[in-house]
Design a protein around this ligand. Sequence first.
Ligand code: NAP
Length: 396
Amino acid sequence: MKQPVKQHLIDPEICIRCHSCEAACPIGAIEHNGNNVVVKAEACNFCMACIPVCPTGSIDEWRVVETPYTLDEQYGWTELPAQATLASGADEDAPEALDSAVAELLADAHKGAGGKAKAPASASKPSVNLYPMGKPAQATVQGNYRLTGENADADVRLIILDFGAQRFPVLEGQSLGIIPPGLDKDGKPHLPRLYSVSSPRDGERPNYNNVSLTVKRAPGGVCSNYVCDLKKGDKVDVTGPFGATFLLPEDPKARLLMICTGTGSAPFRAFTMRRQREGLRGGGDMTLFFGARTPDSLPYFGPLNKVPSRILRKHMVFSRIPGVPKEYVQDRMLVEAEDVAEMLADPNLHIYICGLRGMEEGVEKAFVNIAESTGTPWATLRDAMRGEGRYHVETY
Ligand code: NAP
């Protein structure tokens, strides 16, 4: 009988094809085709370098197998196969199936703020990867509007894409990929770049088959410059939709605590618009901590200010107003510690963090501080919330 082995796999339903794992793998054990991102069983040495960089937790999948799944099998999956019952009787959770060094590394990787994500129990079922890299949808640009002030150093834009007769269903919190035209430095077609959808499921304009994105021009950025320069009527190759966990709960009692920096606000615009269009039915309120350099460079500053505070409590903080001390979202969370503590104690609370990877550490520290003042260790609360699909992180 073959000795069972642990195989590292990627969940194709949850993976958002950002390829961070592939870039992080020091031995080239991760690769992709137009459909999926996969792990070479014979090459993977369980170094775990790919685990913390994955924004969705889709990388964190393991099966105990007698014969490892081949790359061709993995490329063909639309969902991950369940753990098979093995002739040897070993099961996925059996400690003997896991090398102890691997078990230790895994436990360490899971300690971080990201961890293995789970969708809210009441979220709608998302469609995933309907248009893979090899067969993208073609969208037409309907609009391209600057969101930041003329004098702001950041050029952030609202891009509206129309899918015409093609079905491209999205849920708030999902992302899509844009394939910039041309070839990369190795002469290969560019990989898609991912952007969160910033419109609700029924469209930027209700009942139109369109979506919006919030994109910041990055100096030298291949895709961001391509997207920010798009003109009305241009055609764009789009992959996706992606993401099956960073989703809005449908439960109207669910309270949302949303923490973001810069263009990480994109999904929260979608959440807010969805809730506004639905009407406030069940008492679930929304609180936003939003960090930007200046009011001028904060996307949606004007429209956000118009959302009544009974719908959305807003804490907009700024790091580079001349003559004013730098303030980050985590600083304001501490100022509002009493309110945050009250929310943390509520089993209806869902936490969402989106934006710069660097913010995670500071936000974690703020939560440790606030949660401990209530007598509950943050790590315990966070892990329980994550397990219940109430704690979500998407940082790059
Ligand atoms: P940014 O303008 O560079 O930064 C926004 C604010 O965050 C600034 O005030 C900045 O302060 C502050 N900040 C910097 N380091 C921080 C830290 N350690 N803790 C807390 N705040 C910190 O942001 P951006 O360029 O828009 O970047 C947003 C991020 O969101 C990117 O990583 C992007 O990939 C990601 N994202 C984008 C989308 C999308 O759809 N476009 C979706 C999801 C996530 P200072 O600069 O003054 O230090």
